[in-house]
Structure formats: C-alpha cells, structure tokens
Write a protein that binds this ligand. Sequence first.
Ligand code: HEM
Length: 373
Amino acid sequence: MSRLSMAMLLLVSLVLATGPRLAVVEAVVVEGLTVGFYNKTCPEAEQVVRDVVMNDYGMDHTIAPGLIRIFFHDCFITGCDSSILLDESPSGEVPEKESSANGFTLHGLQTIDVAKASIEAMCPRTVSCSDILSFAARDAAVAAGLPSYEVPAGRRDGTHSRMADLPGNFPVPGHTVPRLTELFASRGLSQEDLVTLSGAHSIGGAHCFMFSNRIYGFSKTADIDPSLDPAFAQRLRKMFPRPKPDDNPQQAPKVNFDERTGEKLDNAYYQELLARRGLLTSDNTLALDPQTRPLVEQYAKDDALFQQRFGEAMQKVSKLDVIIKKNKGQIRRDCRMVNKAKGVRWMPIHFLKPPKHPMLQMINWFIRGFQQN
Ligand code: HEM
C-alpha cells in the first residue's frame, strides 16, 4: 500500500476511530415533530424542496446518494440540527464539515443552498435547514426508487458545529459489526437499523482510498483481503492501479458500491454482500457476522421489506436529538452560517424601518445585522 493511500486511510480511520470520546452524548429519538408542520406558515416548502432535488437529480443522479449521506452524517453527530452545513462555528472551532469523514467527499450541499434560498424568498426565517435536509434526503431516496415516506417537521437549527465531535463517535470503513453496533447503539439506533441503513450503500460509491487497503497490501500473508470475491477484487484492481505517493486524493476515482443497480435504492446491495462483493470492510462484515447475516439474507430475498424498513429507519434517524423548543436553536437564514446573535433589543422599532438619511441607513443596516436571529 502506498504512503498516500496509507495516509488517507489513517486520516479517515485512525483519527475518527480512535479519538477520545468528546462532547457527543447518547442520542435520543425525540417525539414532537409534526407531519405538515409548515402547512400554514409555508405550505409550499416541501414541494419546493422536492422540485429542487428532482431538478438537480435530473442533471446529476449522484445528488441522491450525496444528500442521503449528508443527512446521515448530520444526524449521527449531535442530532439532526444541520450542524454539518455550517461553514464555521461561532465558537471558532473547526466545524464538522472539515472532518476527514466529510470534507470534499460531501456531495449535494449546493442543492440544500438552492432549496433554502428559494424557500427563504417565499417564507423568510420560517423553514429550518434541518427540516430542508430531512425533506431532501427523503426526496433523494424517492428519486432513487424508494417508496415515499412522511417526514415530520419542526426541527430547529443548531448553532454549533465541531469537527472534534467526530473522533471516536463515528463509523469508519474499517469497522466490523461489534464496533458498528456499539456506535449505532450510542446514537439510539439498533443493530437492525445498522443493517437496514447500510442499505444506503445500494447507491453512490466510495473513493478508492476508502478501500484500497483491501486490494493492495492487505496483510503480510495476503495482498488481497481473502474475504473479497477474487474476481471482484481483480476488477477493482483494474479500475484502480496501486496508489502512488503523489496521487491527489481529491482526484481519486470513485466506484459504485453496487455494481449491478448502482443508482437504484434496492436490495441488490445485500445480494452483493452475500456474494462477497461488499466494497468496504464495514459493508462486508454485515454478511460475515452471524448476528447480522440473517437480516442480510432476508433483505437479499425481499426488496419490498428492505425498502419499507429503510424508509422507517430514515424516519427514526430524522428524529435523533432534534431541537424543537422555541427557546433553543434558531431558524437559520443561510444554512452555512448561524444568524448573528440577538442583541440591541433597546432599539426603537421605528428605527428598523428603512430610514431615508444615508447615515441612518448605515446604522440601520448595522443594527439589522444583530437582529437576524
Ligand atoms: C455503517 C457505517 C458506515 C460507514 C463506515 C460508511 C462509510 C462510507 C464511506 C467511506 C463512503 C464513501 C465516501 C466517499 O469516498 O466519497 C460512504 C458513502 C456513502 N454512505 Fe456511508 N457509511 C456508513 C453508513 C451509512 C449510512 C447509515 C448511510 C445512510 C443512511 C450512508 C450513506 C452513504 C451514501 C449514500 C454514500 C454514497 C455517497 C456518494 O456517492 O456521494 N452510509 N459511506
């Protein structure tokens, strides 16, 4: 394995897998969200998100896996508060987005920007980024062939994002069932949820450095991971030559998780796992471990069951640690940044109406900057 490949894996795996557990607390599935939450305040909101997702999907099918992944990564760390969308945290800490689990591998952020901007133009400061992301993930799944499911709404947006929340709390490609089960349990998700949600890897793909350790220099005795189908491993090797130290990770090629129906959110992923063609160790392990294999076998036989349970599991994820209390969180105006702090409450209301004098206009502009919460 090359130094680059090793470095990328070390970055993604070691940093995330072995770091100390930090501020992330055990997640709770919060009840209190409502289907049709925006019926009165912004009745077009869900439709606008759907239109934007479908429009982007029409131009680029890879948007669907991208959005589902952003949603999962957001909810798994500090709940569905769209902290993953923040470009910066007010505390000055490095945000989640910069983590090696996210970074340039996140795909679909602009779709959320467009949906948010369109909704903001219709109903200012009404629809949270967290709800938009939950709607968009559902719409992406539907675009990829999943039957639709309801997304209760009413989430508020978080005001912090910390890359430091990920290490030790986030699954990495090299994890096997015991550790994955433990991590999912810490986020209020069961082992069944683990198997079901991993079915998201029925669409989209992974950059080669995420799994190149399995096809080059796997161990002292085997160059290729013996748990991989040898023909599949050879196909991967043809697509991805042995990594070189000067390879640019951002230009690393990607391969579909599911060789057969890579754009359809279906049970072919589980059939591939049984055929030892799981791309990541964390995929493969689901078919190898006696605790999870029976469900893999069941899904491999029953697409309808998988699709129904996948929708249900996504609903469950969408309720993790959501902020619903009015005195907590906020409705961000721009999903990439928190609204400026509330303040200057003593300003007379009439001052907020656009004044005529240029100097007053400047002061007004300044004040409004503080009153965007
Ligand atoms: C079980 C532990 C999991 C691990 C270790 C894992 C890891 C990964 C990795 C390494 C990639 C490739 C990223 C890249 O190279 O660009 C990926 C892609 C993806 N993951 Fe996961 N993942 C896990 C679970 C999930 C879950 C639960 C979901 C959603 C519910 C999900 C959704 C996706 C999707 C849709 C992609 C494809 C993204 C794209 O092509 O843009 N993953 N995952």
